[in-house]
Design a protein around this ligand. Structure first.
Ligand code: LHQ
Length: 263
């Protein structure tokens, strides 16, 4: 399938999706949502893909919803933004969270509105030192969507989440790392090399085990310790049944490097 608003490439078990509307800082249109949905479905169906890297073309990562798109602004006519959320943004977050492979975001520039929360919906976020995160929604009378009101308090605590959501202040990549909002901030020229190497390394790890880790951590916020202990028991049982677990133990005992297949 060919795309015009995104680029999908495959290499070394890593699928890379580059949001590709650089003139508009990769803001989302309905077309881009559709293409991204298609690309994510093909990534999910391809068993040779063991990690996903998401980044943006040009100087921005993603400026959120394209505010000129007819789906969200029709002059004086009221528009149903709930429809756009239901059709586009919510399925996107659900798909990324449900993908059974690690998802790395390489935030190459500004990530604003839904673009910021798209990055935060990924499993591991690397950002270029010149990148920034802006909960821009409040500036136009909206609330953080794309999972922002769920993710921000969990990552940052309620005080910082509320400040960012209500004030829309720009958060530098350095501060995002210091606050625990992202995994790491790296020098600009190191972003793609580091993110590519990280995704390639993840693609060689025990993929099923990583998927179970993702599932366990996702279940954690709404569980009691007792419930979470049960989740750990159940997922560890599944992890223990994988070929990669057998390989990991065998390699350890033989004092050799493991060769994981993702099964
Ligand atoms: C844009 C955009 C953009 C169109 C830059 N749209 N053109 C909302 C509604 C409905 C349903 C669901 O969810 C949502 C979620 C949301 O995401 S709401 C929040 C939408 N995003 C924003 O409010 C951010 C708007 N953008 C900005 O504040 C700035 O562009 C930032 C701070 C991101 C970057 O500023 P600069 O580096 O100064 O760049 P710029 O403003 O000059 O932008 C470059 C171009 O990109 C420019 O186009 P032009 O043709 O004049 O060169 C902008 O108009 C365009 N652009 N964001 N969201």
């Amino acid at each position: 399938m060919s795309y015009s608003t995104i680029i999908l490439t495959l290499s070394d078990g890593v699928a890379t999706i580059t949001l590709n509307r650089p003139d508009k800082l990769n803001a989302f249109t309905a077309q881009m949502h559709g293409e991204l949905r298609g690309a994510l479905a093909s990534v999910a169906a391809d068993k040779s893909v063991r990690a996903l890297l998401l980044t943006g073309a040009g100087r921005g990562f993603c400026a959120g919803q394209d505010l000129a798109d007819r789906a969200v602004s029709a002059g004086d006519e009221p528009v149903d933004l709930g429809h756009s959320i239901e059709t586009n943004y919510n399925p996107l977050v659900r798909t990324l969270r449900a993908l059974e492979i690690p998802v790395v975001a390489a935030v190459n520039g500004v990530a604003a509105g839904a673009g910021a929360n798209l990055a935060l919906a990924c499993d591991i976020v690397l950002a270029a030192r010149s990148a920034s995160f802006i909960q821009a929604f409040c500036k136009i009378g909206l609330i953080p969507d794309t999972g922002g009101t769920w993710m921000l308090p969990r990552l940052l605590g309620m005080a910082r989440a509320t400040g960012l959501a209500m004030l829309g202040d720009k958060v530098s990549a350095d501060r995002a790392e210091a606050w625990g909002m992202i995994w790491k901030c790296v020098d600009d020229e190191q972003l793609l090399p580091n993110a590519t190497a990280l995704a390639a390394d993840l693609a060689r790890q025990p993929t099923r085990g990583l998927a179970f880790i993702k599932q366990a951590l996702a279940a954690s916020p709404s569980n009691t310790l007792d419930q979470q202990l049960d989740v750990e028991r159940d997922l560890q049982r599944l992890a223990g049944g994988t070929r990669d677990y057998r390989e990991g133990v065998a390699a350890f005992m033989a004092k050799r490097a493991p060769s994981f297949e993702g099964r």
